[in-house]
Ligand binder design. Structure first.
Ligand code: NAP
Length: 319
């Protein structure tokens, strides 16, 4: 019997809630570009937006969302808004205030998903990216304490679903041992160069959906020394795309959906925002999926090796 590689527009979370299978990434988007990008994305049908306190642009996103709600294009309850807690605020006392800051910036009374951005914590009073401070900047707050604080935010109605980001399987296992509310999502790097099959399988077994960040391999960095060449520039992927009358980016995003993950490509370019959303009307053949599987090179775009000596650095284990 032929295998179906049909992809779905919505993913069901372990608590029965639903999450759109594609969202718009918002990292490194400048304020002027981002406001227009969010508005264009809502007009073209995106309902899922991936934000973070660390990106420093949530107020712009909030402004764009408000204007589309006021125009009557979309209702709040049709949107799925994710944000993430930054590493300096893992201490229990800081979690809710930081989420409230995010809510105020986004101009929302609740968000749909809140993630612990990274499993490792920094001290509260150091810089947000404390490379020069070295180990002295590290905090020993355990992410289990942070998880309990996230659960309190759910109880208060500030967030509907909670999850993690950049957690390895052992770290997820520790959370599951104590969780009163199970994480619904683990957001990690995932693209054909680094397809995360083992972590995806582990997460599926625990009822956790993987969200793929850098799904296009962060193509703006292509050509930098040591940077993995994004698969969207692979001539064979271009050939596959031609067969389906699609682009290489659409093929890569569709391939990731066949793995059962959610994708959050970032773009501030209207034509690409439209292009990246138009990925549900074709099905890759088994051979095409196998080719994309074979692109796996186990190289990350986001290894964050500068923090590799932190006790909770997640990438020292296989998956
Ligand atoms: N949890 C985490 O730790 C974490 C880490 C990294 C990223 N993220 C999230 O994941 C999102 C996506 O990752 P990313 O932004 O790093 O990388 P990405 O989505 O893989 O790549 C974004 C780059 O690809 C370009 N692009 C978009 N669509 C394209 C297309 N159809 N054809 C060719 N190029 C295209 C964009 O350019 P233009 O914008 O100029 O169009 C941008 O330069 C982020 O924005 C963020 O929301 C989370």
């Amino acid at each position: 019997m032929a295998t179906s590689n049909k992809v779905k527009k919505t993913l069901v979370l372990n608590n029965g809630n639903e999450m759109p299978a594609i969202g718009l990434g918002t990292y490194k988007s400048s304020a002027e570009q981002l406001e227009k990008a969010i508005e264009d994305a809502i007009d073209c049908g995106y309902r899922h937006f991936d934000c973070a306190w660390f990106y420093g642009n949530e107020a712009v996103i909030g402004k764009a969302i408000k204007s589309k709600i006021n125009e009557g294009v979309v209702k709040r309850e049709e949107l799925f808004i994710t944000s993430k807690l930054w590493n300096n605020f893992h201490d229990r006392k800081n979690v809710m205030p930081t989420l409230k800051e995010t809510l105020a910036s986004l101009n929302l009374s609740y968000i749909d998903l809140y993630l612990i951005h990274w499993p490792f914590a920094f001290k509260e009073d150091v810089s947000l990216w404390p490379v020069s401070e070295g180990k002295t900047a590290y905090s020993d707050v355990d992410y289990l304490e942070t998880w309990a604080a996230l659960e309190e935010c759910v109880a208060l109605g500030l967030v509907r679903n909670v999850g993690v980001s950049n957690f390895n399987s052992e770290q997820i296992g520790r959370v599951l041992e104590v969780a009163k509310i199970r994480p619904v999502v683990n957001q990690v790097e995932c693209n054909p160069n680094f397809n995360q099959k083992k972590l995806i399988e582990f997460c599926k077994g625990e009822g956790i959906v993987v969200t793929a960040y850098c799904p296009l391999g962060r193509s703006e960095n292509a050509g930098m020394p040591g940077f993995p060449e994004p698969t969207i520039y692979d001539p064979k992927v271009a050939e596959i795309a031609e067969t389906h009358n699609k682009t290489a980016a659409q093929v890569v995003l569709n391939y990731l959906l066949t793995l059962g993950v959610c994708v959050i490509p970032k773009s501030v370019t209207k034509s690409r925002i439209l292009e990246n959303f138009d990925i549900f009307d074709f099905e890759l053949s088994e051979e095409e999926v196998q080719y994309l599987d074979s692109c796996n090179k186990n190289v990350r775009v986001c290894p964050l090796t500068m923090f590799a000596d932190h006790p909770n650095y997640p990438f020292n284990t296989e998956y």
